[in-house]
Design a protein around this ligand. Structure first.
Ligand code: AMP
Length: 191
């Protein structure tokens, strides 16, 4: 996928290449839970993957590899936190939480987006990003893309730059990528 890029401090030595073995590992470690949290939703439960040390290590490396220099990795509440923080540590970058409305203690920027029913709002501290910083956005699942799009807007509000969007799993039928045109979007597995 992404070609090797110039390496500087804070970026890994390895570029990401499409990995069928990793895809198979992820597929085997994600549990489908029908009708959770509501009837009709097939929930992709990543807890079996998180509990497998080798799988977790491989996923964290693959999520962060080859985006070039990254200053900060941001994860989206709540499962995005679990993946983004170790990615940040591996890249030598900092971690920034993007949280649901009302959870962050200091001044925030907010972005709202459409859900199937109603709207959702996510927030980030106004001082989390600085102009010119390169920020990698990490989450577990890309579905309709609304959450990731809102995270992109939050990064850009501070004048920071989105280095890419990296997810464990993409639900391709929902075409979330359409909301992320022009951005590098990586899914370790697409179903
Ligand atoms: P979306 O904004 O539609 O792309 O939804 C992405 C967000 O919702 C991510 O933060 C996911 O954690 C969560 N999500 C959406 N659909 C699912 C699903 N089928 N299983 C697990 N999480 C999901």
């Amino acid at each position: 996928m992404a070609a090797a890029q110039d390496q500087t401090a804070g970026s890994p030595a390895t570029a990401y290449t499409h990995d069928p073995a990793l895809e198979q590992l992820i597929r085997s470690k994600i549990r489908d839970v029908p009708d959770y949290p509501r009837p009709g939703i097939l929930f992709k439960d990543i807890t079996p993957l998180l509990a497998d040390s080798a799988a977790l290590r491989s996923v964290v490396a693959a999520l962060g590899a080859g985006f070039g220099p990254v200053d900060l990795v941001t994860g989206i509440e709540a499962r995005g936190f679990i993946l983004a923080a170790p990615v940040a540590a591996c890249l030598g970058a900092g971690f920034v939480p993007v949280r649901k409305q009302g959870k962050l203690p200091a001044a925030t920027y907010a972005e709202s987006y459409e859900l199937e029913y109603g709207t959702a709002t996510i927030e980030v501290h106004t001082d989390a990003f600085e102009p010119g910083q390169r920020v990698l956005i990490v989450d577990d699942v890309l579905a309709t893309g609304g959450t990731a799009r809102a995270a992109v807007e939050l990064v850009r509000r501070s004048g920071a730059e989105v280095a890419g969007i990296s997810v464990l799993l993409e639900l391709a039928a929902l075409n979330g990528r359409a909301k992320l045109a022009g951005l590098e979007v990586r899914a370790l597995l697409a179903t």
